[in-house]
Design a protein. Structure first.
Length: 394
């Protein structure tokens, strides 16, 4: 749990051999959070001499790491926030991952995981098993208060105890709803699918969208007005993953495919007209820009087969993403110039070095409203027609 793509564990009653097989298939065939392409040295990434990552309590920030606002990510089981001037560890539990910002930058929502002992029937006999229990959490971005538990993935039925999956929480722009992928509250009756958690009532509601067998969903991403939510529908083509980005209308409560096979991890541009996404091929993963209406690929941001998990600057002038060398993951920034959609990448700079960030935790970028351009920056087209106000929470 917590590493790689969404798991396909549907019921604790599956055999242990079946669980192992599913884990292997999931990690090697589906939509991994880290790329699978091999570099010249055969160990993934872009080759070269393997570098020892920094210790768990250290993030190495090079001098070239200049940007506006704050980017949140995970490292060493803790949540970190990096700005132009500083990098700060926000949590210290050692089991935290998958952070994302609230729209106002006051909160960070994330997943906290703890190791427990479960008791559940397998092949008709009850037994004890090592399990990982995820909790849905939030914490003040400035670290001024203790983290708060919003929901737990712990499942109890009489003497039986197990855990549900909870992954990739994303808070709606109006702050009332968290989109996430989970098989809660009954993991033996559900796949890991898109659901909505009401922050006030603490209740989950399934989106009710199409599922592809047991492969589930991932990567929920809100448009700034709250009307549209994107997510990845996992798929498989023989021995290869076949992810598709889906477009869910929160008012109509309907979803449709946005892209062809091979795209995942969408991130809206500030005006909602474009997406940064991860393109997956047999050679690895790269960051691309897509048309948010048609899913057409407009720009290839990277071409190294080792870049993934993009987040678009709220100022519209750059895309940050994760990049892997050997087994070490770091954060990079591609600066954009030109007129949309014909941008060019003027330079790509390192925002961290040999820091060993969590590959399963997508970074997320926040800039306060008073620091954003009064008008769209160069290269950002005028917003298309869209609802003027935020839609009600789904």
């Amino acid at each position: 749990y917590g590493v790689g793509p969404i798991g396909t564990i549907i019921s604790p009653a599956l055999s242990l051999a079946g669980l192992l097989l599913i884990a292997i298939v999931t990690l090697n065939l589906l939509n991994a959070e880290a790329p699978f392409g091999s570099g010249p040295n055969g160990n993934g990434g872009n080759g070269g001499t393997a570098r020892t990552p920094a210790p768990s309590g250290v993030v190495v920030v090079p001098d070239e790491a200049v940007f506006e606002g704050a980017i949140v990510y995970a490292k060493g089981g803790n949540i970190w926030v990096q700005t132009n001037d500083d990098v700060k560890q926000v949590t210290s539990s050692g089991g935290d991952s998958m952070p994302s910002w609230s729209a106002d930058g006051e909160w960070i929502v994330y997943i906290h995981s703890t190791n427990e002992i479960g008791y559940w029937p397998v092949r008709g006999r009850n037994g004890y098993y090592d399990i990982v229990v995820p909790d849905l959490m939030r914490v003040r971005a400035d670290g001024s208060a203790e983290p708060e538990e919003l929901a737990t993935g712990f499942v109890k039925n009489g003497r039986l105890e197990w855990s549900a999956w909870m992954r990739q929480p994303a808070l709606s722009p109006d702050g009332t709803t968290i989109a996430l992928v989970t098989d809660a509250p009954n993991p033996d009756e559900s796949n890991v699918v898109l659901q909505f958690f009401n922050v006030e009532t603490k209740k989950l509601r399934r989106a009710g969208v199409r599922e592809n067998g047991v492969l589930g969903h991932q990567d929920p991403e809100w448009r700034r007005d709250g009307r549209i939510l994107l997510y990845t529908e996992n798929g498989r083509d023989g021995s290869r993953g076949a992810p598709v980005i889906m477009r869910y209308d929160t008012q109509e409560k309907k979803a449709r495919p946005l892209t062809a096979v091979g795209y995942m991890q969408p991130a809206f541009s500030p005006n909602g007209q474009f997406l940064a996404a991860t393109r997956t091929t047999g050679l690895g993963t790269d960051v691309v820009v897509l048309d948010a209406r048609t899913g057409e690929q407009l720009l290839r941001v990277t071409d190294d087969g080792a870049s993934f998990a993009p987040t678009w600057s709220p100022a519209g002038d750059g895309i940050a993403f994760l990049h892997i060398v050997g087994q070490t993951v770091d954060l990079r920034l591609a600066r954009l110039e030109g007129t949309a959609p014909a941008w060019t990448v003027t330079e790509t700079v390192n925002l961290t070095e040999v820091s060993g960030l969590d590959a399963a935790s997508r970074p997320d970028w926040f800039i306060p409203a008073d620091q954003l351009p009064a008008t769209p920056p160069p290269g950002t087209a005028a917003p298309s027609a869209s609802p003027a106000a935020s839609s009600p929470a789904p």
